[in-house]
Design a protein around this ligand. Structure first.
Ligand SMILES: *[C@@H]1O[C@H](CO)[C@@H](O)[C@H](O)[C@H]1NC(C)=O
Length: 313
């Protein structure tokens, strides 16, 4: 019952936001604002303060989108596809998802500095084959491999400093890429944060022996399966069973998946979560703690018998 009320309340919040966000007249403004919004702050008016629309403009025949400092957590569906420069600094983006920028095929520069990025999926830059400049400084990235840059063959300027780089063998391909002499402007000044023995070492100066010592590479090898024994069955429910939609809003559709529990690894930027028609019969405390942007939750047709009063805290 309580859930139904929350869902309905959220529905009204959404309607209020839509009214707030309706264009103020300027032709060059596009819709803005975070796709999500913290559940804790229940005041949508603040989050959609008028006058903060993203700006699209042309300068020396090149089209720019300036969407800096807008509390964005993701790219928005109404941005023009022919942008050459995308300014997204000082937002709240946490994950760069596969193909997130793929429709912006002309993009030459992408400024993502001062966000909260901690994860970059391996095909996050898919389609950006004109990209020359990528700014990722002042984020929370720990590990990255060369693989993410296979879609950006023209990349010649890459900023990576002020990220908490965890310099282990996993980083070897990226570090080797930065050290190729012709890559003069890739990853300058970036330093390791951990492990302790490499702290403050510059990525461009680390030797691969320092990254990949024997013990560590053994740890990275897959553990041999004991023959005859089935692999350990995961007791936690995995959210990868569900469909993840990005547009128009980040949605995880887990309908009719026979789930007995709320899945454990829901992407943190999910705004809408549909768990209807499952077999979830209880909600544990802090069940949705990590899904910071969650606004709409559908738990209908589950036969819920027990709800911990703290499930939404
Ligand atoms: C919740 O899910 C049920 C079943 O899928 C659907 O009928 C209902 O409209 C949904 N409610 C909301 C508020 O989206």
């Amino acid at each position: 019952m309580r859930v139904a009320i929350i869902v309905i309340l959220l529905f009204f919040c959404k309607a209020a936001e839509l009214r707030k966000a309706s264009p103020g007249g300027a032709r060059n403004r596009v819709n803005h604002g975070r796709a999500g919004g913290s559940r804790k702050s229940s005041n949508p008016v603040k989050r959609y303060a008028p006058g903060l629309a993203c700006e699209v403009y042309t300068y020396l025949h090149e089209k720019y989108l300036d969407c800096q400092e807008r509390k964005l957590v993701y790219v928005l569906p109404d941005w023009p596809q022919d942008l050459l420069h995308m300014l997204l600094a000082r937002n709240k983006i946490r994950i760069l998802k596969n193909s997130m920028f793929s429709k912006f095929k002309k993009l030459k520069s992408l400024d993502l500095q001062q966000n909260e990025i901690s994860k970059i999926e391996s095909e996050a830059f898919f389609g950006l084959n004109k990209l020359t400049t990528l700014l990722l400084q002042h984020n929370q990235i720990k590990v990255l491999t060369e693989e993410v840059f296979i879609y950006t063959p023209l990349l010649s300027y890459l900023r990576l400093y002020d990220n908490p780089w965890h310099c282990t063998c996993e980083m070897e391909t990226l570090i080797s890429m930065l050290q190729i002499p012709r890559n003069r402007n890739l990853g300058n000044y970036a330093k390791c944060e951990s492990p302790q023995e490499l702290k403050n070492k510059k990525l461009r100066q680390i030797k691969s022996e320092q990254l990949c010592n024997e013990e560590e590479s053994e740890q990275l090898e897959p553990r041999p399966q004991l023959s005859g024994k089935p692999p350990v069955i995961k007791t936690e429910v995995d959210s990868t069973l569900c469909h993840n939609y990005v547009f128009p809003i980040q949605t995880l559709d887990c309908r009719r998946k026979e789930l007995k529990k709320v899945p454990n690894n829901i992407p943190p930027d999910i705004v809408k979560l549909d768990l209807s028609h499952n077999k979830i019969n209880q909600l544990r405390p802090k069940e949705f703690e990590d899904v910071h942007e969650l606004k709409k939750l559908n738990l209908s047709s589950n036969g819920i018998q027990f709800i911990d009063p703290g499930f939404l805290s």
